[in-house]
Each structure stands twice: as C-alpha cells, then as structure tokens.
Ligand binder design. Structure first.
Ligand code: BGC
Length: 874
C-alpha cells in the first residue's frame, strides 16, 4: 500500500497555494518587532477580546485592533438593536451545498471578502463546515452538506475567495459541532477513522488546500476535552499534521480555563469580558502552569492574522457601509438558482400526457394561486449568528407578480396563506409601526443602568418590534448594563382581537393602549417568568394577551426593558398576531381549485431552524401537510415550493394525487424569491443537486438512535457517533433504506445522453499522490429542447480491500451546462484522496491494495448508476 505519514502532508499551504499564502514575511506590521515590544502581561491581554467583536490595540507596539464579524452567509457587522448595518445576504450553506459548484463558492467568497471590507472587519467568522449528521440539527441550514468531500471542496474555494481580499476566515466549528443539543457542554465520542475520514475532512482541505488563516474551535468536547482545550486537535493535527500557521479563536464563550487552552494552542479567547486568558493566563504563567513560550506562540498567532489582514491600514473605527450593487445582486441570484433543486416534475394535463408541470408556461396562464404560509413573507435565512439585516425583503408573491406584469401576462395572481406556522407571535416590521413623532419604526430611548425610568442618553429608531444586543450599543450607552423605553404605535390592518406577545431576556413591562383601553402584556421586573430555549436559552416564556383593535386606529405601545445577566447578550421581542378568518384553510383550497396553477409555498422559518436548539421532528409545522394534500386534490397543476433550511418529511408524495412538481432552494438569501421565479417560469434551469439525503422519516436517518446524549451519574452528556462511517447516503445504501430522495438527486429541464465511460488504465502498482489519478471519461450530449445542467458524479466502491468501507463514497464530480445539441467530454479524476482511508494502526493515510470500482452516476441512488469501472491496485 502507498502509505505516507500524516506528519508530512503533501499539500502544505505555502508550497501549494501561492495565491492564498501571504506568508508572515510579507506582512505590513512587523510581527517579531511588535511581539518584542509587548510585555508578558500585554501578550496575555492581546489574546482576549476587548469587545464582543474586537481585540485590544497596543499602539506603542504598533498593534491595531482586529475586528471579527459573523458569519458565513453575509457580514453582520457590529450593529445592535434591529439597526444592524444592512448587508448582502448570500444563500445559506445548504443552498450553496446544493450548487455542487466550487467555482461559484469562490465567487461568493470573493463577494464576502468585499463585504467584510465594507463592514470594516478583518475576519469573517465562517465558513461553517460541520456536517449534516441529522436533519434536525439547528444549524443544518448553515452547513453545506452531509458529505465530507463535497463540503471540503466547496469550503476550499470559499476560503480562497474571502482571503483574496486580505480578509481572514475562521473555518468553524472545529470539530463535531454537528447538532445543537447541549451544545455548550456535550462530549462527542467518535472513532478515529470516522473522525479523520468524515468530520475532520472539510477542515483538513480548507487548511491544506484552501490556506485558511483562521479556525474557530467548537463548543463541544471531543473525547473528553473541550475543543478549545484540546491539544491533539489544535496542535497535533491542525498545526503539526496539516501545517496550519494561522490563529485559532474560541467560539464565543466556548473556552473554560487558561492552562488547558494555552497549552492546547488556542490563540484567542472571545468575546469580552475576559474570563479565561488575560490576568488568569498571566497568573498561570507565574505559577508555572503555562510556559512563556506558549503565550508567545499564541500572541504571535494573533499578530500574524493582524499582519495578514493589514489591520493597521484598515481601521475598524471607520463607519460600516451598506452597498447594494446590481452585479452582486446578480451573483447572489445566480447562486440561489444554482442551489435550487428540482425534486420532482411530472407531466400534467390530458391524463398526464401533457408537458411537465414546470416550467410554468406564462403564455397560457390565466390564474395562478399563490398559497401557503411562506408565500407572503421572506424566509430566506435561518436563525442565530448566521442571520443578518438584509439589504431588503422580497417575497415570492412580490417577485412573481412583478415578473408576470413585466412579461405582460394578463394572468391574475391570487394569494391565500391557508395556514400559519409562527411559533411565536409574528414580529412587526417598519411599515406597520410609527414613532411618537410619526416616523416609520419604533423609538428606543436608552438609559444607562438598570432603572428604565432614568434619563435618556441616546435614542434610536428601530426597524421592527425586536431589539437584540450582542455586546454593542450606541456609543453613549454602557453595553454591560442598560435599559430602554421603547415607544410608538402599531397600525392594525384588520378589525378584531389581536394577540400581543412578549419574550425578554431581562426585566420587562409592556403595556398597549387601544381604543381608550390599557392592557398590560407583561409585567416582570423580577424576571420571575420561566426561561425557555428562546434567545439561546436566555429568553422568557412568551406572555400573550388579546386586545381588541380597529383597522387603521393606532395602538399605542409602551415597553420598558432592562438587560439581565446574560453575558453580553440581551434581547426583547414583541409580536402581534392579527385575527384570521375562520375559513383561512378552506379559502386557500377554493383559490387553488379556481386557478390554472396552484403554487404552494410550505416550509419552516428561523424560529424552527436556528442556532441554539435542534428540531424535535422533521414534519412540516402546522397544517401544511393537510394543505398540500387538499390543494393537490383539487388542482393537478400543483407545484410545491419547499422553503425550509433542511429536509422535511413529505408523505404526500406517496398519495395518488401527489403534487406534480416539487422544488426547493432551502434558505436562499436575499435573491431567493427572484431566483425561484427564474426557475418556476423557466428563465433559468434549476442547477442544484441535493447535498443531503432527503429521508422519508426521522427514524430512518443515520444518527436517529444516537442524537440524544447519554448522561452519566454526574450529569455529563456524551453524544456517540455510533453510525461511524455510515453517514448520509452511505447509511441508506448499506441498510437498504429507501430515502425520499437520494443525495445527489436533482432534475434539469433539459435532457442528456451519457455515452460509454472509459478509463485511462485499470491497474496501478500503488497510488501515493493525486498527481497520477485514474481518469474516467464520459461523453455527455444535450438532447432536449432546453439547456441542461448536469452533475456527473464519481463514487468509489471498494470491492475487496481489507478494511470496512461504506458501499460507495463520493470522490469527485463535474458540473456542466449544455445548450441543446451541445456535447462535452467529462473527465473524472480518482486519485489518492479518493481511494485513501485512515489507518489507525499506523496513524496515516493509506490506499489498501485490492479491487475497487469507480462508479459514474447521476446521484447516489443505486438505480441511478451509469457505469462501473473496475481497477486493481497493488
Ligand atoms: C456561534 C458562532 C459565531 C459566534 C459569534 C456563536 O454562538 O456558534 O458560529 O461565530 O457565536 O456570533
């Protein structure tokens, strides 16, 4: 076999990625000089945050502040309240994962590098390269894929795109932070081979090929040690094996004690206030528990990222900028299209002999019913640190109506929500809000200290009924202890009983006045209301009261609120649920029955899919399944758009009258609506393939039995990755479980013929490096009337090697677009990386001698195989 030591990785950053490897020597600030100018105590203070997003400057040593900003799908900046600086919102990770297009990820990274500069950030806190271990993961939407190789190749290019702007990434969360359950403390147990081949793989590639300048350690423990204090991870693997020479930042509050962290090689504790490094680190050095060398080394890491990102030339004190550039809009729209997966598309009309339901033929359309809870509200991102204030909000209804008008289609668009899926009372946005001086929005008056009746020190107009703070406030406000009075009015659009609800992380009193009557929504100055999982576990249960309102008659809102003890995070939300007609559901079905085409937009939203907790089920919330069935029963041109950030159960596909077409783009960012209309009307081909296996039911999924941690007698939780290497589609194939849709599945509006696959050679004495891969060639021709997007996928099936292997493992792929009549030759390369496995006996990567089959396929569905070519090694 062709073994080489893990310690001598061939893809060393500086050797292989000249473009992405600004070495320490070409830095602007003089790392050695600055280091020498810093005392030991200053070094201990350099390696902690000074604010939530920034490190401390040491002007005399020539060290500027370093600013970091979330997150993978756009730059949030340092905004506060709801006045976060608006920014470009790209498709979320899973949508980018659906693109299967590394070049596109390079473009998105490039755009985000530009955005980072506009937001004055030196570091973008992303990409998120954890895996879709289970569809219930609260951050599944944020991650690219269930598959390590797909994730790895996308991450590599994203990293290079961002860093081409001298903006650092932090590849996160290192490692095995694949779910949110007990996320701050859970211990993950995973066997070494699975760890190496699966969960570490994306990080490995982002570092060794992508040349990442930063990594973020995960919250969880791995084999007992917190990832932030795990020397094997942060030093042995990351630095010694992979040649990483960047900095490692803790996840926010995810580091626990100085000795373990400094010894492990954790470079920077975030955020402020300091809890672990700083003077505690100094004391640990003085007590002889941490060496001065260890402190020097982590301080050097921080200086190195400051130098690489030229933080001394780009001050983070400049104001953040919002830029709405049509070229960038076009890119995010193209990316959303590229990540749109056409799951099903059946012929309709004349007993199913007509054309397929999609694309919709605008010329013959007279009425289209746009139905469902997500049709008239923008649900284009998941919840948590990956969310941001987008440049704008567009709904599918808006986008479709405008496009039909532009196309001079006389078609009527009718809309009905049918059902509601809000978990909490819905937030109210600017158009329905007025400040006391009659501007759109709500007035927020800040008070320093926790007495909300104190003097106003700053006032701001908020865009919605949510305020959220993460360590930053207006300059006059003490970010660690402040209160606020929030005043203005809400403009009801309907007569009747409205529900007002409040969730708060701190003391709160909220009163509303409607028609001369005053109602208290909540009065909880002592924070006696129980806490729930809202707002990362700091939020109270929602209190809800009903208030009679009249359309157009302003309801006065008066909220008093103070920050509680929430380590820098504080939030308040007021929601209002307007009355629904009793026949909300039936109206939608009637509208569908009367229309030529029924478009049903179902899914979840950022209340169901968010950082902070996992889902409990994968069914669509509310009565959405019933809605789809009822609509499909009355309209055979029913098209379902699934707008959820991860797979959902869709049993209605098995019904006799199933919807003719199903399409999803998950949470596709700011251009989600326009991109979906491009696909629905056939202006673009849905370019995506599933980056995750779409299960029939949760109990079929690989981690189902091992998602919930076990607790020992001390209450310590351990999550066992007992499915081992059998993750994602490998599990379904190995267990003969038929998923709803296989990983890699996705349809095109075009049609292609794939010719005979051939291979350059069928034996190799050994395979030691990717420089001499097996090359499989497949001719593909476009034989339909429309352009076709194809993803030719290459899997490896091991026939007889000694070690256990999953039935097939994704090795490589090629994505191409062919206009009608065009032909192309696809080359798939299967090299060392495709054939290797981790050998625990020698702690190295080896290729076992033996027989392998190289599989060419349209998806991971065993029935979608195109060719199998046997090769022998050794
Ligand atoms: C998340 C990180 C994020 C950080 C800063 C944490 O809760 O896990 O992904 O970058 O917060 O917002």
């Amino acid at each position: 076999g062709g073994a080489f030591s893990g310690l001598a990785h061939p893809h060393n950053v500086n050797a292989f990625m000249p473009g992405a490897s600004l070495t320490r020597s070409c830095a602007v600030i003089d790392v050695d000089g600055s280091l020498a100018a810093l005392s030991l105590r200053e070094r201990c203070l350099l390696v902690v945050g000074q604010t939530n997003w920034r490190t401390r400057a040491f002007p005399e040593a020539g060290v500027p502040q370093l600013k970091m900003s979330d997150g993978p799908a756009g730059l949030r900046g340092e905004g506060h309240g709801s006045s976060g600086t608006p920014g470009v919102s790209t498709p979320s990770g899973i949508t980018l994962g659906s693109s299967w297009d590394p070049d596109l990820l390079g473009e998105i990274g490039d755009l985000l590098g530009t955005e980072a500069r506009r937001k004055r950030a030196h570091v973008l806190l992303g990409p998120t390269v954890n895996l879709h271990r289970t569809p219930v993961g609260g951050r599944t939407f944020e991650c690219y894929s269930e598959d390590p190789e797909l994730t790895a190749r996308l991450a590599e290019r994203y990293v290079q795109g961002v860093q081409s702007h001298e903006v650092a990434v932090t590849v996160k969360h290192f490692v095995c932070n694949d779910t949110e359950i007990e996320r701050l403390s859970v211990n993950v147990e995973v066997d070494e081979r699975t760890l190496r081949e699966t969960y570490l793989r994306p990080f490995e590639r982002a570092v060794t090929r992508g040349g990442a300048w930063g990594v973020m350690s995960a919250y969880n423990r791995l084999d007992g040690d917190f990832c932030a204090e795990n020397r094997r991870l942060l030093t042995d693997i990351l630095r010694h094996e992979w040649g990483f020479d960047g900095y490692v930042v803790s996840d926010w509050f995810g580091v626990h004690e100085p000795v373990g962290a400094a010894t492990a090689g954790l470079s920077l504790e975030m955020p402020a206030p300091v809890r672990v490094y700083g003077d505690r680190l100094l004391a640990a050095v003085e007590a002889g528990h941490v060496t001065e060398d260890a402190v020097e080394s982590i301080a050097r890491d921080v200086l190195t990222v400051i130098a690489r990102t030229r933080a001394d030339e780009r001050s983070c004190d400049e104001p953040e900028e919002s830029v709405d550039d049509p070229v960038e809009r076009a890119l995010t729209r193209r990316a959303a299209v590229a990540g749109t997966v056409l799951l099903r598309n059946e012929p309709v009309g004349d007993e199913g002999t007509g054309p397929c339901a999609l694309p919709i033929d605008v010329g013959s359309l007279s009425t289209i019913a746009v139905i469902g809870p997500n049709a008239t509200i923008d649900r284009s991102m998941g919840g948590g640190s990956a969310s941001l204030t987008p440049l704008g909000h567009r709904t599918l209804l808006d986008a479709l109506s405008d496009r039909l008008t532009d196309a001079r289609s006389g078609a009527t668009v009718v809309t009905e929500p049918g059902v509601r899926i809000d978990r909490l009372t819905p937030l109210v946005r600017r158009p329905q809000l007025r400040t006391p001086s009659d501007e759109p929005g709500l007035l927020v008056e800040y008070v320093n200290g926790l007495d909300w009746d104190g003097d106003t020190v700053a006032s701001v107009v908020n865009r919605s009924t949510m305020v959220r703070f993460f360590g930053t406030t207006p300059d006059e406000v003490d970010a660690t202890a402040f209160s606020a009075r929030i005043r203005g009015s809400f403009l009801p659009e309907l007569d009747g009983l409205h529900e007002f609800g409040v969730v708060s992380t701190g003391p709160v009193r909220a009163v509303v006045r409607s028609g001369g009557l005053t109602t208290t929504v909540v009065d909880d100055p002592e924070m006696l209301i129980p806490r729930t999982r809202e707002f990362f576990g700091y939020g109270s249960e929602e209190t809800v009261v009903s208030v009679e309102c009249r359309a157009g008659e302003p309801v006065e809102l008066d909220l008093r609120w103070a920050t509680g003890q929430t380590s820098g995070f504080a939030a308040l939300r007021l929601g209002v649920r307007a009355p629904d007609p009793a026949d909300l559901f039936e109206r939608a079905v009637r509208a569908a029955a009367d229309a030529d085409v029924a478009l049903v937009v179902v899914g979840t939203n950022d209340e169901w899919e968010t950082e902070g907790f996992d889902r409990e089920f994968i069914e669509l919330p509310g009565r959405q399944d019933e809605l789809v069935e009822a609509v499909a029963a009355v309209n055979d041109r029913t098209v379902v758009v699934i707008n959820a950030g991860s797979p959902v159960a869709i049993d209605w596909v098995d019904r006799e009258r199933a919807p003719a077409a199903i399409v999803t783009s998950f949470f596709a960012g700011q251009e989600q609506a326009e991109a979906m209309v491009d696909v629905l009307l056939g202006d673009a081909d849905p370019g995506g393939r599933l980056p995750v296996t779409y299960p029939r039911r949760l109990a079929d999924t690989p981690a189902f039995l091992h998602h919930a941690p076990d607790h020992d007698s001390h209450g310590r939780a351990t999550q066992r990755y007992a499915e081992g290497l059998f993750t994602g589609h490998r599990w379904y194939e190995a267990r003969s479980i038929e998923p709803r849709f296989w990983f890699g599945h996705g349809l095109t509006y075009g049609a292609t013929d794939w010719g005979d696959a051939t291979i350059d050679r069928i034996t190799a004495a050994e395979v030691v490096a990717d420089s001499d891969p097996f090359v499989v060639t497949v001719p593909v021709s476009s034989v339909g009337e429309r352009a076709a997007v194809e993803v030719v996928q290459g899997y490896v099936a091991a026939v007889d090697p000694v070690a256990t292997r999953p039935p097939r493992v994704l090795a490589t792929w090629s994505k191409l677009t062919l206009v009608p009549g065009a032909e192309a030759t696809v080359e798939l390369e299967f090299g060392f990386d495709a054939l290797r496995r981790w050998d625990t006996a020698t702690s190295s990567w080896i290729v076992d001698p033996g027989v392998y089959e190289l599989v060419v396929a349209r998806s991971s569905d065993p029935a979608a195989e195109h060719a199998r070519l046997g090769v022998t090694i050794g």
